[in-house]
Structure formats: structure tokens, C-alpha cells
Design a protein around this ligand. Structure first.
Ligand code: ZN
Length: 453
């Protein structure tokens, strides 16, 4: 217990470099926290969620029908870690026990959350002071190529996914994004494959420099490239020739079976949609196009010295085992590949990948809120398998509340595992503290070198 207490204290004093967040703008109420959290994933029948909120909706705080449905369903998932990490935030930040969700409790809690945001500094207080986060790597996937940031401690990550869907103007990735929203913003026309590759070049150039909008002081160069295509397709990227990809592009461009998917992307549409857009187009052609485009982007990322965060594990499980990346990673020894979410549930495989390749990093990101037990198992093994400079942590949240819960769970996981290793005599106390500092800060600072200009 003494070891745990001492280590917990040490972990709490680390200014965290958080490798992965999707933070959206405040203020929040209870419904906005819940809908923009992973608990919504497991709520039965929630499906893909509605989009943004108007001010008048905030003022209403609660809408009758939504709550009647949500409360029943939340009770069914109150055992999950997705729900538990929010409970931690509600308890610590709002002194509220929401373990057994009731309508009365929901109203009270929602009001407390809403009132807290009357203090304009509350957002940052939660992220920085309460969760202990110093720097956030910010994946704002809902605006393709955008590197403007509302806060100076947010560092932009550019998101590749939609570029794998540029083969047809109607195709969209799992977030509903198309690269042609980006093309339109920057006034770029695509009429052939070379021009399409030029659009990808623009994505990188602007991501590293001037951004996509009017010049503004909010712009910071991207510090990483992220790919979450594991929601859309298997991670086993192949090796088509340029001619094959060009041919696929030409065929798919003319394909007139429009996906018909409408609407614009918003942060709230982040959750996997069962109607995968690829089903509308011939899959063999889509694969050729995507495989080529992905490799093209990997080469660009290497040129710009951008580490590549790849979503592995929980997504489309038939192709998201990190071992699927073997050939790709072997082919690019100069690339820096981060296995986001440590390939959960294939965390041993992720560890083995990192043991096999010097340029592979594993990120605990999201695992503690999927399963603290799974995270403890993963980390305990990784400490024995992977060099200490290649383990990272990120929160993966849309709200400060979820970020807080995620950070608390992660600190507990890391502290428990380190305590056990010290108890067993595997690590000394000094080594354990050092390892914690690496996981929560030093490794990210060294890897994402563009954080510090
Ligand atoms: Zn994420």
C-alpha cells in the first residue's frame, strides 16, 4: 500500500503529454458529456448520434424524451468501464454520485456541470489542473486538414482517413468525411490521379504550415499524422503499382452508384456507422486505390518527419490486429509508427510488434477506459517486452470530464502495475518512477519532436 501511495503521488506530479484527444468546445451539460463519450457506443440502440447543440438546447438542459430513453439504457451499461470513467469525473469534479442514474439525479448533476462552465476558466481547470495535462495532441478529424487550435497547449494531428475515400466525390470515410471538403476550402481541382496525389501533397504542406483558412495566430504545424482506417477496412495494406491505382481511380471516379450518404461531419458523428461506404463500390478496386494512397501518405509523413498514429484493435475486428501492419512497417524502417490503443484486444501482438521493430511505439491510449484489467495486463507485459522509451498514453476524449476520468483510470492502471513490479522486485522504486514519467510525458516529447519548435 505504501508503494502504491508513493508511486501515485509521483504519477500525480507529472505534467502529462497526452497523445490523443478529440476535445470539442464547451460548455457542457450532462447530455453533451454522455453523448460525446464512449459510453454511447455501448448504450443499446443508440446507433450513430445526433449532431451539435444550440444555445437554447443548453439552456433547456434536459430534453424529456431523450432522458427517458437514455436513463433506462444507461442502467444497462453502468457496469462498463466506459460508464465508470465518467462516474469518477462526476464524483471528483462535481461531488456527485451518479452510480445509479435517475431522472432527478441527472437533472441535478447536469445543472452542476452547466453552472461550472459559467466560469470561463473551468474547461482548462479540468484539463490542466485536475487531470494534470500539460500538452494535448488534438485530432480534430471533423475538419479535414485543419490545424487551427483554440488553445496554445493543443498540438494538431492531421487525419488521413478521408483521403482513402477520394476515389469518388460521393464516397466517405466512417466519420462522413471526404477529401473534397478540403479541396474546396483550398480551391483545388482534381480531374486525374496525379492531381489527386497533388491534393495529398497539399494536405501535408498545409498541415505543416499555413493551414486551410485565412492566416491566423491559432495555426500551429501538425505534430503527427493519424489514420483510423481500421474502422473502414483491414490494416493489411498491399503493394499495387501506380498504374493499378490510377486505373482503379479512373474506374471508381465514374462509378455512378452514389452512396447517397448526406449531411456534414461533426464531432458527434465519430462513432462507427454500420453502413460502411465501401459497400457501394467494387472492393477490389477500392483496395488498390487505398493501398497506394496509404503508402504514398506514409512516404510523405516520413519526409516531413511526422510520426504516424495508427488506430489498431477495437474497430472492424476482422482486420485490425496490429500484426496486419507487419509488411508495411518492415518496408519503412525510417517511419515512426504508433500502435494506438495497443491493438486491444491484441495487446500481446502489439508488444511483439514493438519488440520486433525499433520504429514501433505502443500507446495505452483508450485501453484503461475500455478495460482497466486489460490495460493492467497489457502494461505489465509491455514493461517486460518493450524498451521503456516506446510506451505512451493518451486519453481519447471529447469532453474535459471524459478526459479527467480517462487520466484517472490510466494513472491508477500505471500505478498498480508499477507497484506490483516493485513489490515483486522486478523494478526498483526509482526505475518505476522513471518509467511512469516516460509513459506520461518524456516518451511523447521525444517522439513528437515538433511539439517543441
Ligand atoms: Zn480517438
Amino acid at each position: 500500500m505504501r508503494i502504491y501511495r508513493d508511486l501515485a503521488k509521483a504519477m500525480d506530479s507529472i505534467p502529462i503529454v497526452d497523445t490523443h484527444e478529440h476535445l470539442i468546445e464547451g460548455p457542457f451539460n450532462l447530455r453533451k458529456v454522455i453523448e460525446n463519450s464512449y459510453v454511447w457506443w455501448v448504450v443499446p440502440g443508440s446507433g450513430v448520434k445526433s449532431s451539435g447543440y444550440t444555445k437554447s438546447e443548453f439552456q433547456g438542459l434536459l430534453e424529456d424524451r431523450w432522458w427517458d430513453l437514455a436513463l433506462e439504457r444507461l442502467k444497462a451499461v453502468s457496469n462498463t468501464a466506459f460508464f465508470r470513467h465518467l462516474l469518477l469525473a462526476f464524483k471528483d469534479l462535481y461531488d456527485f454520485d451518479f452510480t445509479r442514474p435517475t431522472r432527478e439525479g441527472a437533472e441535478k448533476l447536469s445543472e452542476r456541470i452547466w453552472l461550472a462552465y459559467h466560469n470561463p476558466g473551468w474547461y482548462d481547470t479540468v484539463v490542466r489542473d485536475k487531470a494534470g495535462v500539460d500538452i494535448v495532441l488534438h485530432d480534430k478529424y471533423w475538419v479535414v486538414g485543419d490545424i487551427s487550435e483554440p488553445k496554445s497547449f493543443y498540438k494538431p494531428v492531421i487525419r488521413l482517413d478521408s483521403f482513402l475515400y477520394g476515389f469518388n466525390p460521393t464516397a466517405k470515410d466512417h466519420d462522413g468525411n471526404t477529401p473534397y471538403s478540403f479541396a474546396e476550402r483550398i480551391g483545388y481541382q482534381v480531374s486525374n490521379f496525379d492531381e489527386y496525389l497533388g491534393l495529398i501533397d497539399e494536405f501535408f504542406e498545409r498541415g505543416m504550415g499555413k493551414g486551410i483558412g485565412p492566416a491566423s495566430s491559432d495555426i500551429q504545424p501538425a505534430v503527427a499524422l493519424k489514420c483510423a482506417s481500421a474502422y473502414d477496412r483491414p490494416l493489411s495494406f498491399g503493394w499495387p503499382s501506380k498504374e493499378e491505382a490510377e486505373d482503379a481511380f479512373a474506374r471508381l471516379w465514374r462509378w455512378n452508384e452514389s452512396s447517397g450518404a448526406g449531411g456534414t461531419s461533426s464531432p458527434s458523428s465519430s462513432f462507427p456507422d454500420s453502413s460502411s461506404p465501401t459497400t457501394q463500390f467494387p472492393p477490389d478496386q477500392v483496395r488498390k486505390f487505398q493501398d497506394y494512397v496509404f503508402q504514398y501518405a506514409v512516404k510523405r509523413a516520413i519526409e516531413y518527419d511526422l510520426p504516424i498514429q495508427i488506430h489498431t484493435g477495437l474497430a472492424s475486428l476482422n482486420g485490425s490486429n496490429p500484426v496486419n501492419l507487419w509488411s508495411l512497417i518492415k518496408a519503412y524502417p525510417e517511419g515512426k509508427f504508433i500502435l494506438l490503443h495497443g491493438g486491444y484486444p491484441w495487446t500481446s501482438e502489439a508488444g511483439a510488434m514493438a519488440a520486433s521493430f525499433e520504429n514501433v511505439y505502443v500507446d495505452l491510449c483508450w485501453i484503461p477506459v475500455i478495460s482497466p484489467e486489460g490495460a493492467r495486463r497489457a502494461l505489465s507485459e509491455w514493461i517486460e517486452v518493450i524498451p521503456s522509451n516506446r510506451i505512451l498514453w493518451g486519453g481519447d476524449a471529447w469532453s474535459p470530464e471524459a478526459l479527467y476520468g480517462s487520466a484517472r483510470m490510466a494513472k491508477d492502471v500505471v500505478t498498480q502495475v508499477l507497484s506490483q513490479k516493485v513489490g515483486e522486485g522486478y523494478l526498483s522504486m526509482t526505475e518505476a518512477v522513471d518509467l511512469g514519467e516516460r509513459i506520461f510525458r518524456d516518451n511523447a516529447l521525444a517522439l513528437f519532436s515538433k511539439i517543441r519548435p
